[in-house]
Design a protein around this ligand. Structure first.
Ligand SMILES: [Zn+2]
Ligand SMILES: [Zn+2]
Length: 330
């Protein structure tokens, strides 16, 4: 089969490799389309080093079932499915406490096991979800990043009538804005690029230019700030401007240190936490239900669709930070 292999930072090529084998508990999937994620970009850009090169990237996928492992009975040939692409070990203390999203031994396609930027992709049936007919291919392929944003939104406890702020309007930030707005939460969105701000505004966010963010957030009773840009400057902005009694949820994948004044957080009882992926299996189930019912349309954040043969261009485009979600037509 053809597969998009990362040989070194900024060097991805389509090569012919052996198709994966489908184990007894696995499903073989023929991808229809695949999304390029921030984590694919950080591997491509060399901000993160994979366990080994070459690496078969990709984890956001909708496809059709093409083969079933002998123990798999819940799917049928040709059925449309998506994959929840993090496989917690199920036995460590975190997994047993229902926190598989922080399992240190979880397997992640496109990072620790082969990914989906290929003609065939096999995944454990436990992490494969049937896609209801009501969900389009493009909404289906954006279910995974939607689940990431929903997990953080649920973690914040934001309710109808509350006000939040989102820093960074890439796919994660935009999906968070969309989900928050649709549940009656007011959102202030920030991004350094005017086109991204315009995108956020179209999704229903308030886009306000202000020289005094701290005052704006205080005056508007912002209760949670979501940091989705993943750079030290926005982490520092969130921590230096968060209002008294608010919380900061970090979602961006900043790898360099950021600084803050502890006294400010102590005096204002400002809580800071991280949010990573989703709880298995509850978050995916709820994300699928919300999209199937027509409440959310995550495909709105797709800005570019490229053919699989242009995988290098797709990753290059996604790493400029100027696009929303970039899709590969497989
Ligand atoms: Zn992703
Ligand atoms: Zn575990």
């Amino acid at each position: 089969m053809k597969a998009g292999l990362l040989f070194a930072p900024q060097r991805i090529e389509i090569k012919e490799i052996a198709a994966p084998r489908v184990n007894a508990d696995e499903v073989m999937i023929q991808p229809l389309c695949a999304g390029v994620c921030g984590s694919d970009v950080s591997l491509y850009a060399g901000h993160r080093t994979p366990p080994a090169y070459p690496l078969l990237l990709g984890h956001e996928v909708v496809g059709r079932v093409s083969e079933l492992g002998k123990d798999v009975t819940q799917f049928s040939d040709g059925q449309r499915v998506v994959v929840e692409p993090n496989y917690p070990c199920g036995v460590c203390a975190f997994c047993r406490a229902g926190r598989g999203n922080i399992c240190p031994d979880k397997k992640s396609p496109g990072v620790t096991v082969p990914g989906c930027f290929a003609e065939m992709f096999s995944a454990p049936a436990e992490f494969v979800w049937a896609v209801p007919d009501a969900i389009s291919d493009t909404d289906a392929v954006t279910l995974e990043p939607l689940a990431v944003s929903l997990h953080a939104l649920w973690q914040s406890g934001a309710q109808i009538g509350d006000t939040i702020a989102v820093l960074g309007c890439g796919a994660t930030g935009l999906l968070l804005i969309h989900a928050a707005v649709m549940q009656g939460v007011r959102v202030f969105a920030f991004d350094k690029l005017p086109e991204k701000m315009e995108f956020a505004r179209r999704l229903g966010a308030d886009v306000v230019q202000s020289d005094d963010i701290e005052k704006l957030w205080r005056d508007e009773n912002v209760s949670t700030i979501f940091e989705c840009a993943g750079v030290p400057a926005t982490v520092e902005l969130a921590l230096s401007a968060a209002p008294r009694g608010s919380q900061v949820i970090l979602m961006g994948l900043a790898t360099r240190p950021a600084s803050f004044v502890p006294l400010r957080l102590v005096r204002g009882e400002i809580r800071v936490s991280g949010s990573i992926i989703y709880n298995h299996p509850s978050d995916f189930a709820r994300a699928i239900a919300l999209v199937a019912r027509g409440v959310l349309h995550p495909s709105q954040v797709i800005t570019d669709t490229l053919p699989f043969v242009s995988i290098d261009r797709a990753l290059e485009l996604a790493s400029t930070g100027q696009s929303g979600k970039v899709l590969l037509q497989m």
